[in-house]
Ligand binder design. Structure first.
Ligand SMILES: Nc1ncnc2c1ncn2[C@@H]1O[C@H](COP(=O)(O)OP(=O)(O)O)[C@@H](O)[C@H]1O
Ligand SMILES: [Mg+2]
Length: 380
């Protein structure tokens, strides 16, 4: 199987990583020669998507194309190339159109009765803290919290392209759903730990969540998937408070971080499963492992290795893939020949959560010792 990924940032990195695990040949198009996913691919083409003749030649070589970018005109042209070359493009533009706008998604949630954080007016009445988020950005960009809702008033007036809702404090969970337009399967619930800027720094798979909430989340997932008629993949992010779940957002595209964590915990390879689910009748997705995975992003600050949101991973150039790295199962690290610093995505898995946590902490200690012994650019 030859797979073409368009866009080599964090989603592209996730897809390349899992396509490698499936044993597939991975092609990547990205005009940026410093894109994170480049060294995880068999073939890299430094091309602009609008360089039609060259791109069409690549489309003809591959079996399936997965867009890993969020620009709607880029997605439209990828779909056109797919039609011109009769190549499968796995992307649900209709679902993406809703999910890429928080204004549209919130209207959609309201229509189908999905539990959401309270809206701004209610927060103002009850003096509840609020959060503002740009409607059409992702990766926690531009997110801001106001403890006093009255303080958010002028911000909202000046930023009509933002949404404002109750800031719900509590543990955060995520789930992916794969569908073929007619049937759907919700996969594994993961636990999301964010940094001080609300960016996800750690994923735990599966989430340590009670059975009732787990069922409630799967029910929400089924309801949204049915209404979207999803063809491909989307994920849902929720926050839990007082045994209730509040939906924050959906994203109808391959996410980053959670798929790798789910792969290490259950053996479910979302890239492979999404393609099989869309090409084989009555295909069922089954786990082959039952472990806990912790996926943690870290960076070096002084002599300490600290956790940080995944945004750091997209700022350091092409990442290197490591196996058996300082006691973790696998890692993606910054390339010391390119980046004068150190960031890594560390992946550990173990039959119990406590073992996985111990393994991660122990690895971070070993990594810190090594980083103190030598210049960090020698750590490869
Ligand atoms: N209503 C909310 N209450 C508490 N935290 C929130 C709320 N909305 C967003 N957040 C935090 O901000 C992060 C980013 O918001 P999200 O809606 O997921 O947008 P995006 O990921 O597209 O930037 C979430 O992961 C969560 O940590
Ligand atoms: Mg989010």
């Amino acid at each position: 199987m030859n797979i073409l990924i368009i866009g080599g940032k964090l989603q592209g990195t996730e897809i390349a990583y899992l396509a490698n695990k499936a044993g597939w040949t991975v092609h990547l198009v990205d005009k940026n020669p410093m894109a994170a996913a480049i060294d995880l691919c068999d073939y890299y083409y430094k091309l602009d998507l609008f360089d039609t003749q060259k791109i069409l030649r690549i489309f003809k070589k591959v079996d399936v194309v997965i867009p890993a970018l969020e620009n709607t005109s880029c997605i439209a042209i990828i779909e056109r190339y797919g039609i011109m070359t009769n190549t499968i493009v796995l992307f649900d533009s209709h679902a993406f159109d809703i999910s890429s706008s928080k204004i549209k998604s919130n209207l959609f949630f309201r229509e189908i009765n999905i539990p959401m954080p309270r809206d701004f007016e209610e927060c103002l009445l009850n003096n509840l803290p609020v959060i503002v988020k740009p409607s059409d950005r992702s990766g926690s960009e531009g997110v801001q919290i106001f403890n006093n809702p009255a303080d958010a008033k002028s911000f909202i007036a000046e930023h009509p392209d933002y949404i404002c809702q109750q800031y719900v404090e509590g543990p955060s969970y995520s789930i992916e759903v794969i569908g073929n337009g007619k049937t759907f399967e919700s996969l594994v619930i993961t636990e999301i730990i964010v940094d001080e800027e609300c960016d996800c720094q750690c994923v735990i798979a599966p989430a340590r969540i009670d059975g009732k909430l787990e069922r409630a989340f799967h029910n929400i997932a089924t309801k949204i998937a049915g209404a979207l008629k999803i063809k491909g993949i989307f994920d849902i992010e929720v926050i839990e408070k007082n045994n209730r779940l509040y939906v924050l957002e959906i994203d109808a595209r391959m996410p980053s971080q959670t798929p790798i964590a789910v792969y290490f915990a259950t053996g479910i390879n979302m890239v492979k499963e999404m393609i099989l689910y869309n090409t084989i009748d009555n295909y069922r997705i089954c786990p082959s492992l039952s472990k806990y995975c912790i996926l943690q992003h870290v960076y070096l600050q002084g002599s300490k290795v600290r956790g940080k949101g995944e945004g750091i991973m997209s700022q350091v150039g092409p990442l290197l893939h490591k196996t058996d790295y300082f006691g973790v199962d696998e890692a993606l690290i910054s390339n010391p020949k390119i980046y004068n610093g150190f960031v890594a995505e560390l992946i550990v898995s173990s039959p119990t959560y406590n073992d996985a946590k111990y393994q991660l902490e122990h690895s971070i200690e070993k990594l810190e010792e090594k980083l103190m012994e030598v210049e960090y650019d020698a750590i490869e």
